[in-house]
Write a protein that binds this ligand. Sequence first.
Ligand SMILES: [Zn+2]
Length: 139
Amino acid sequence: MKFEYPEDREFFANLLAGGVEERLEAEFSDYFDFRHPAIKRWEFDKFRKKLMPELVEKYGGQCQLRLHPDCSKEEVYQIDHIIPLASNELNKKLRHMGRTSTEKVPPQSFGSNNLKNLTLACKRCNAFKKHRMILPTST
Ligand SMILES: [Zn+2]
């Protein structure tokens, strides 16, 4: 996979593959798509309606994030990208970029629309997670 920086590869190996970069390549390449986020969002918007019932069935209507004390209290579900389509988290965390008065820290393209990278989240947990990279319990 073509990560922009070697430390990004290391970050995702730690997050997903117990720190083993070969395992990241072998088992998690479907989670990534480095094309422009706008293309990925456009593709996602086209199939999200059809996908929702599939994910509700796959996970038995259970939120997979379980982050918030009020998880699933309101039965409103959303589709969450486990690895976000775009994120500036690594630019902030690993490269210590800060926003300036005129510019935000630039995002990088990471996550894919592959079914493996999509999970069911209740509204509450999804709002709580924001754009942080937190793995669902089933990963
Ligand atoms: Zn939840």
